[in-house]
Design a protein around this ligand. Sequence first.
Ligand code: NAD
Ligand code: UDP
Length: 343
Amino acid sequence: LEEKLEILETRIPKKYPEVKFLNYLKKKRILVTGGAGFVGSHLVDNLMLQGHEVIVVDNFFTGRKRNVEQWIGHENFELIHHDIVNPLFIEVDEIYHLASPASPPHYMQNPVKTIKTNTLGTINMLGLARRVNAKVLIASTSEVYGDPDIHPQPETYWGHVNPIGPRACYDEGKRVAETLTYAYAKQENMQVRVARIFNTYGPRMHMNDGRVVSNFILQALQNEVITVYGSGEQTRSFQYVSDLVDGLVALMESNYTLPVNLGNPVEHTINEFATIIKQLVGGHSTIKNVAEVEDDPQRRRPDISRAKNILNWEPKVSLNVGLQKTVNYFRKELKRFKHSHNK
Ligand code: NAD
Ligand code: UDP
């Protein structure tokens, strides 16, 4: 045994001393689809720092190489340019399936492709998991609850989704992804996990992501009008990305099969949110109510009792702390953008 341990020790990456020996012994091969995106890249950091071997599959529709460049060249890391609508043949122990556009303007840009990614893409990932006997976690969404008539939303709520509205490609796509997951689990006796993710924000969101956090921060930083869609009385609950990543890893490691909400239950109206961001950033932006968007869910807040009970998980990062980090990130992004356009 001592000899084996010695051999293993020589293979621990020297460049990254934070990778502990014990973790190395528990090393897994993990696929992260959509790993070059916002959430995916933070998950990749977490898994790499635990010493796992991580394979990212991404078609770079909304993701960027820059989000994972810190790992390029590391012997435990591999980046594959691939569209999950096409089958993939690799050997892995676990799959975090995150590939799908998440921001409304992005997923509405090509609704048919959004449906294909969430249906065919999910079938391909479930098929891969079945072939290699891997555990698979699906990134679902609070959008499966639609414009909810139960508040806050527990996992037992079946939802209220318009099947032919502008958001349907995403909402129904994710609902089918969940259905597929449980059909495979039952029929093929597979180990599955389903995370219903609520609004998440943080560094590495795309400058033109189009979701409310990035829009408001960028508008405030550039002294532009902060655009509130509709009355602004609709609510959302925002979680910081590191809390979500902790929840995803805890869910994968648990024995729990049914869907689990992962979100921060602190709820704000969009009007309040605009004021919070304006105060945090400073400057002289004004807040303006503009046209409402179709089928905008009016209230959203997760009931996280299940995550608390089963995973012993709850969000740790307050809105103020999380927003400050995100504002700092966007400030740097703006500088970088201006610098590259002045050249
Ligand atoms: P994102 O757009 O930053 O990341 C999605 C990634 O998937 C990108 O890197 C994109 O290039 C990739 N991708 C898209 N289609 C693909 C395809 N066909 N083949 C391969 N790669 C593809 O979005 P995100 O915010 O990081 O979201 C990640 C996951 O979490 C998504 O499944 C999303 O539905 C889910 N989710 C996110 C939130 C949130 O608030 N961020 C909320 C609920 C659910
Ligand atoms: N929103 C807004 N101004 C913006 C972008 C979004 O008022 O510039 C509103 C949007 O109408 C919704 C909320 O903010 O009520 C959250 O929108 P987002 O696109 O971030 O996520 P989702 O609607 O998917 O929760």
